[in-house]
Design a protein around this ligand. Structure first.
Ligand code: MG
Length: 159
């Protein structure tokens, strides 16, 4: 079997006095995501999808939030490490897809920049990185703008 699929999910709280970083792109907003690292919820979900595809556990195992080493960490650097791990096992990304669930701000204008940043980090064609955005129709915590959630899937291939 030369194909493996994995899914990832993450959610972070929106709070004041934090930057809002999604896919390595800082998005202007009066709230940002709370977390031990830079709280880049999109990048976190993608990493979990990649790890999940190879049954390698989750990002909490590799970058525990209790470890001061990862305080304020640039999640793209962590993604680079996860990609190296995947490649060291003989696998590479076939394609990625993701859905960002956020009530505000408008995510769509920032999607091309996120795809470019992730593509650069993973040395992939941006065509292979799907990012979509939706609201939660004002329902539940995400709908009340208490947080942003992301679902991601990763297809890995080996030749
Ligand atoms: Mg996270």
């Amino acid at each position: 079997m030369n194909l493996r699929i994995g899914n990832g999910y993450d959610i972070h709280q929106l709070v004041s006095d934090r930057p809002l970083i999604l896919g390595g792109v800082q998005i202007p907003h009066h709230l940002g995501l709370l977390g031990h690292s830079d709280a880049d919820v999109l990048t976190h979900a993608i990493m979990d999808a990649m790890l999940g595809a190879l049954s390698l556990g989750d990002i909490g195992h590799y970058f525990p939030p209790t470890d001061p080493q990862w305080k304020g960490a640039d999640s793209l650097k962590l993604l680079e490490q996860v990609n190296q791990l995947v490649q060291s096992k003989g696998w590479q990304i076939g394609n990625l897809d993701s859905v960002i669930v956020a009530e505000r701000p408008k995510i769509k204008p920032h999607i091309p920049a996120m795809r470019d940043r992730l593509a650069q980090t993973l040395q992939l064609d941006p065509e292979l990185i799907g990012i979509k955005a939706t609201t939660n129709e004002k329902m539940d915590a995400v709908g009340r703008e208490e947080g942003i959630a992301v679902y991601a899937v990763a297809l890995l291939t080996r030749s």
